[in-house]
Design a protein around this ligand. Structure first.
Ligand code: DX5
Ligand code: ZN
Length: 226
């Protein structure tokens, strides 16, 4: 399989007042990416950060900023997020049915990597056209909780989506987000996920480095079995 593990601590669980040092701490602990949850209070009932915070953080790190846009109008965020220094731009399929082609094109033109996310209630088939497109997304994010808040319970039934996706696209980056940690990683990794977002399980652990390395190991071991 041509995909590599990417462990992405969700900075939603960090101390936002010390974002730069929290980011550095996670990278020192072995994180591959930093997952940044952008919420607008409309698409989800929570409000977090936007481009100005990404821009501030970018001044402190060269890390891959994996931005998950839980916003009602992602197209309006492409330019500011690109300028701010976002690396990945993952939008939700539920609100992009009419303009995903334009979104992908604009995201790429701003030097970011396009991804598409889907909520638990959204059928996996809805993302196929975006992966099969001539100008495709480069990652699919399968939500394993309802988007909006950290610390929720992992939904194992979402693993069917990951399995069919992995079977159909052996070299696609498949990300899972919500409730991932030592007790759920094997379910996600054996289904075929390689990009692992984890907030509370990493930030709440006495030894975050151990949790990060355990999750990486699970992805690698499950890949070997394929
Ligand atoms: C939820 C966010 C997640 C969240 C994950 O809407 O997209 O990235 O921070 O947090 P945990 O790992 O605590 O479920
Ligand atoms: Zn997220």
């Amino acid at each position: 399989m041509g995909v590599t593990p990417k462990i992405a601590p969700s900075m939603l669980s960090s101390d936002f007042a010390n974002l730069a040092s929290e980011a550095k701490r996670m990278l020192d602990f072995g994180a591959d990416w930093l997952h940044m949850d952008i919420m607008d209070g409309h698409f989800v009932p929570n409000l977090t950060i936007g481009a100005p915070v990404i821009e501030s953080l970018r001044k402190h790190t060269k890390a891959y900023l994996d931005c998950h846009l839980m916003v009602a109008n992602p197209i309006d965020y492409v330019e500011p997020m690109g300028k701010a220094g976002a690396s990945g731009f993952t939008f939700h399929v539920e609100i992009s049915k009419d303009n995903w082609q334009e979104l992908i094109q604009r995201i790429k033109s701003k030097g970011m990597r396009p991804g598409v996310a889907l909520k638990p209630g959204t059928p996996i088939e809805e993302v196929y056209p975006l992966v099969d497109s001539e100008n495709p997304v480069e990652m699919v994010l399968v939500m394993t909780v309802e988007p909006g808040f950290g610390g929720q319970k992992f939904m194992p039934e979402m693993m069917d989506k990951v399995r069919v996706l992995r079977k159909k696209y052996p070299s696609l980056d498949i990300e899972v987000d919500g409730g991932l940690g030592p007790s759920t990683i094997d379910m996600a990794a054996s289904a075929g996920a390689n990009c692992i977002v984890a907030g509370s399980s990493v930030f709440g652990a006495p030894e975050p480095a151990a949790v990060i390395s355990l999750m990486r190991k699970s992805v690698l071991e499950n890949q070997e079995k394929c």
